[in-house]
Design a protein around this ligand. Structure first.
Ligand code: NAD
Length: 499
């Protein structure tokens, strides 16, 4: 049985805790490897190494740090296919999707090449007689990150690239369900010229996470995953005095106005609802057509498109629309929610419950489902399903559709499809959600903007990547200096007057 390793002190090292979790091949249901789950002591060892390595890295000038990022971009491009293959084999997503996972992470590394510019401070010349004032951004020290299974390349890259570009050391605790790619990413960083100990990968479960949250050396914790865990990590991390940002779950609504191009809206919904088997935090899981006539037209367009979706293993070629879910547990949970939807009275217009794939009967595949006439009291509306299940909630008016989106406790992303500029503008301005699409179903901001939801989709102040990441991974220090000539010219008086 293949054994995944940690990446500690610049080496692949075996776990010593004696605890492991299974890594599946989601297409066949077989266990393909085991992932070590670190003990508190193993985690503490990584922290010691990081603490020792970090000051020299922080003292390396930003341009040199940026050169490591530049070389890293080259290596990620060189190994793109290799990374995507391993990613698909553990996660189950299609090969083009896996390459997209690496690509969207790589774009943040490209942004980090701008570190020398992004880390420049501010300067006020002559804040008083002989007095100058300047502020600088300094690295935090040793930072930690905890990432989910659904983007095993992109989200780790979103965290560690800016953290490292800012001069920090970083310890990543990736998802134990698809743990191999993060180790490959760390190895490549070292090949790009990163000193040993600046980026480490420690696998684990709650024990490793708690070890991170309670270790006084760790200055900041970034988390992406489900909302209950996000809340837990935010609370414990903050109460331990750390800087914490936690990104949680989602329930993204897409409003379809009567004037929308219905073919465009249906195509968008199929891609955003079923792509990656719905295992995306920016997936659209709720369609909100405005008016019964719009709803009927939409459903009519959706059904044949959904029935045509090709479900299969990543090895079956690039025309596969989506692959299996990540684990048998995830499959059971999604199918359980589908049953609850039926019991609670939603209309199952496309029923994927009997789906089976010849030769892959033990894989974690789930057929596509479409519900109509879903109401806000149903579990399929309240909960994040994270599977290929789209719910339609019919709204009587734009205000009702907007109200639904605003009343949901999640607020990651949302979209509106319309030809009316006024409505679109009103929606973008009033809705209490972090990322908005106008005729764009998955409005994931590019690397030079920032990514983050509102409400229970985000805990903390600063978003991921873009300028916010450089703020999150640095502290501001402001220096006020006075030189003797200022004193001679009565600077003392002026300086006092300034207070
Ligand atoms: P998860 O919360 O189960 O796991 C995320 C991480 O937390 C993993 O590393 C896991 O090992 C760890 N973890 C799990 N349970 C824990 C516990 N009790 N205590 C401490 N650590 C624990 O999430 P997942 O299933 O890996 O990922 C899917 C979720 O992530 C979905 O809810 C999805 O919406 C969300 N997500 C959000 C974003 C975003 O940017 N908002 C992006 C991607 C995924």
């Amino acid at each position: 049985m293949k054994e995944v390793t940690h990446f500690i002190g610049g080496e692949r090292v075996k776990g010593t805790s004696g605890r492991f979790s299974d890594v599946f091949n989601p297409a066949t249901g077989e266990v393909q490897a085991r992932c070590p789950l670190a003990s508190t002591e193993e985690f503490a060892r990584a922290v010691e190494i990081a603490q020792e390595a970090q000051p020299a890295w922080a003292a390396t000038n930003p341009q040199r740090r940026a050169r490591v990022m530049m070389e890293y971009v080259r290596l990620l491009n060189r190994d793109m296919d290799k990374l995507a293959e391993v990613l698909s084999s553990e996660h189950g997503k299609t090969f083009p999707d896996a390459k997209g996972d690496v690509q969207r992470g790589l774009e943040v590394v490209e942004y980090c090449i701008g570190a020398p510019q992004l880390l420049k401070g501010e300067y006020t010349d002559g804040a008083g007689p002989g007095i100058d004032m300047y502020s600088m951004r300094q690295a935090l020290g040793v930072c930690g990150g905890i990432t989910p299974f659904n983007f095993p390349a992109m989200i780790p890259l979103w965290m560690f690239a800016p953290a490292i570009a800012c001069g920090n050391a970083f310890i990543l605790k990736p998802s134990e369900r698809d743990p191999s790619v993060p180790v490959m990413l760390a190895e490549l960083m070292e090949e790009a010229g990163l000193p040993k100990g600046i980026l480490q990968v420690v696998h684990g479960d709650k024990e490793a996470v708690d070890a991170m949250l309670d270790n006084p050396v760790i200055q900041s914790v970034g988390f992406v995953g489900s909302t209950p865990v996000a809340e837990y990590i935010y609370g414990r991390g903050c109460s331990n005095g750390k800087r914490v940002q936690c990104f949680g779950g989602a329930k993204n609504h897409m409003i379809i106005m009567p004037d929308a191009d219905m073919d465009q809206a249906a195509d968008a919904l199929v891609g955003a609802g079923y792509g990656a088997a719905g295992e995306r935090c920016m997936a659209i899981s709720v369609a909100v057509p405005v008016g019964d006539e719009t709803a009927d037209r939409l459903i009519e367009k959706l059904v044949p498109r959904i029935e045509k979706l090709k479900v299969g293993p990543w090895t079956a070629g690039d025309d596969v629309d989506y692959g299996p879910l990540v684990t048998a547990e995830a499959k059971k949970r999604v199918l359980g929610l589908v049953e609850s939807g039926v019991k609670q009275g939603a209309e199952l217009v496309v029923d994927g419950r009997g789906f089976a794939l010849q030769g892959y009967e033990d894989g974690f595949f789930v057929g596509a489902h479409l519900f109509d006439k879903v109401t806000p009291d149903m579990d399929i509306y309240k909960q994040e399903i994270f599977g290929p299940v789209l719910s339609t909630v019919r709204a009587g008016s734009y205000e009702e559709a907007l109200g639904l989106t605003m009343d949901h406790e999640m607020g990651n992303g949302t979209a509106i499809f319309t030809r009316d500029g006024d409505t679109a503008r009103d929606f973008a301005s009033r809705v209490n959600v972090g990322m908005i699409g106008i005729n764009v179903p998955i409005p994931v901001p590019l690397a030079y903007h920032t990514f983050g939801g509102w409400k229970k989709s985000m805990f903390g102040d600063l978003n991921q990547h873009g300028p916010d990441a450089f703020k999150f991974y640095t502290r501001t220090k402001t220096v006020t200096s006075r030189w003797p000539s200022g004193l001679k010219e009565g600077g003392e008086f002026h300086f006092k007057a300034m207070d």
